[in-house]
Design a protein around this ligand. Structure first.
Ligand code: PHB
Length: 387
C-alpha cells in the first residue's frame, strides 16, 4: 500500500510521538555516586536512604516514571572520580546523577555533567565552584555551599564575643572554603583568626595540632571535620583536656550522624547548620518518624539532603510529566520549586544552591538541639557563576 504524502506525514508523526512517549514511560535511570567505603561511608548511606525514602513515599515513581538505580562507590577518592562518573554517564547511560559527599570528587562530577549535559543533583558536597564558576543549567544542589555553614558559624562565634580564633580542618576544598566563610563572618563581627591549622584528608593524626592549639590559647577553635574523622577529632580534643579550657565550635557536620560514637566528648558543643534533629514542625516530625520506622535508625543532615534531592527531581519531572527530553522546562521547574524540606521550606538561588536558614544547635544527649537561628535565608553569593 502506498501512503499519500499527508497520510505518510501523519503516520510518521504518530510513530515519533509514540517513541517519545514510550521513552518517557520507561524507567528513569538514576545513578547514585556516593561513598560506601572510607571515612564518609555512613554519610553516603544516609543520602541513599533519604533519596529512596522519598521515592517510596511517592509509590516508587516520580513524574509517572518508575525509578531504576545504578550505583558506584566513589570511595571519596578524587583521582578516580572522572572514571567513576563516566561509568554512570557512558556505560549505564543514566538520566540523572545524584552525588556526592566529597567536594573534590564532586568537582570532577560537575565537569563531566557540564560536558555531557547530564542532569546532576549534588546531595552534599559543598565545593563553592559547583554553584560558582563551574555552574551550569543542569547542575543543582540540595545541600549547601561550603561558604554557607562556615559563614553562619562565624556569625555565632562573633556573637558570643570571642576575639581570637584558631581554625583546624582537612586541607581540601571543603575544609579550606568552610574556614574562609567562617573567617569572613568572624572578622566582620569584630574577631580575628590568628592561625589556620590543617592536615591532609582523611588524616586523623591530630596530636601535633592539638599541642599547637594548647600553646596558642585562643578564645575559640573552629573546626570542619565530618564522618569518621569528626568522631576522632571531637574525642581527641576532649582527651587532650582542651574541651574544658578552649571552646570548640564547628559547622554542624562536626556533630551530625556522629553523636552515638562521640558520647560524652560532644556534649554541649555548639555548631551551626541548615538542619537540626529537633526542628519542631509537622513536616520534620513526619520525615523523622517515617525514616525511623523504615530504617530503624534516626535520620541526620545527610539523610535529609538525600530526601530533598529526590524532592527537587520530582518537582522537575512532574512539570514535564516524566519527559526528560524537555530539558528547559525540567530545569526551569526545578529551579523555581519551593522545596517543602524537613529543614524548613527553601528555594534555590539563581545559581541553583539552596537559600536557607542556618540554625544554632547544641549537643544534648544524642541530639543536635536547635536553640536559635544564626542567619535567616542565607544565600551563597554564587561568585563567578554566569547563569
Ligand atoms: C565536602 O567534602 O564537601 C563535605 C564532606 C562532608 C561534609 C560536608 C562537606 O559533612
Amino acid at each position: 500500500m502506498r501512503l499519500s504524502p499527508t497520510l505518510f506525514t501523519a503516520a510518521a508523526l504518530a510513530a515519533l510521538t509514540s517513541t517519545a512517549f514510550a521513552q518517557s514511560q520507561a524507567p528513569l535511570k538514576v545513578g547514585l555516586m556516593l561513598p560506601s567505603t572510607g571515612t564518609f561511608a555512613a554519610l553516603g548511606d544516609m543520602i541513599e536512604r533519604g533519596f529512596k525514602l522519598y521515592v517510596e513515599e511517592q509509590g516508587g515513581k516520580l513524574g509517572g516514571r518508575e525509578i531504576q538505580y545504578f550505583k558506584v562507590d566513589d570511595e571519596s577518592e578524587p583521582s578516580k572520580a572522572t572514571d567513576n562518573v563516566n561509568k554512570l554517564i557512558k556505560r549505564d547511560n543514566v538520566d540523572v546523577i545524584v552525588g556526592t559527599v566529597h567536594s573534590g570528587v564532586a568537582l570532577a562530577m560537575a565537569r563531566a555533567a557540564k560536558d555531557s549535559g547530564t542532569l546532576l543533583i549534588v546531595p552534599n558536597a559543598g565545593a563553592d565552584a559547583i554553584t560558582g564558576p563551574q555552574c551550569a543549567p543542569n547542575i543543582f544542589r540540595s545541600s549547601f555551599s561550603n561558604w554557607q555553614p562556615g559563614y553562619a558559624t562565624g556569625v555565632v562565634a562573633a556573637g558570643k564575643g570571642y576575639k581570637r580564633a584558631m581554625t583546624i580542618t582537612w586541607n581540601y576544598a571543603a575544609g579550606n572554603e568552610t574556614v574562609k566563610g567562617f573567617t569572613e563572618a568572624f572578622e566582620k563581627g569584630g574577631g580575628k583568626v590568628i592561625k589556620d591549622l590543617s592536615l591532609p584528608f582523611p588524616g586523623v593524626e591530630f596530636q601535633p595540632l592539638l599541642t599547637a592549639i594548647a600553646a596558642e590559647k585562643p578564645d575559640v577553635v573552629f573546626a570542619f571535620f565530618a564522618g569518621g574523622g569528626a568522631v576522632k577529632f571531637v574525642k581527641d580534643y576532649d582527651a587532650a583536656g582542651l574541651k574544658r579550657s578552649i571552646p570548640l565550635v564547628g559547622s554542624g557536620f562536626l556533630t551530625d550522624g556522629t553523636l552515638e560514637a562521640q558520647g560524652a566528648s560532644a556534649q554541649g558543643l555548639i555548631t551551626s547548620l541548615h538542619y537540626g534533629d529537633e526542628i519542631n514542625t509537622p513536616r520534620n516530625t513526619a520525615f523523622r518518624n517515617k525514616f525511623a520506622v523504615t530504617y530503624k535508625t534516626n535520620p541526620d543532615v545527610y539523610a535529609m539532603q538525600g530526601y530533598d534531592a529526590a524532592q527537587m527531581l520530582a518537582a522537575g519531572l512532574t512539570a514535564v510529566k516524566g519527559d526528560t527530553s524537555k530539558k528547559d522546562a525540567l530545569y526551569a521547574a526545578m529551579n523555581k520549586a519551593q522545596v517543602d524540606s524537613p529543614r524548613g521550606k527553601f528555594t534555590l538561588s539563581p545559581q541553583r544552591n539552596p537559600t536557607q536558614d542556618f540554625y544554632v544547635r547544641e549537643v544534648k544527649g544524642n541530639y543536635n538541639v536547635v536553640t536559635g537561628v544564626a542567619v535567616k535565608a542565607l544565600a551563597d553569593p554564587g561568585r563567578g557563576c554566569k547563569p
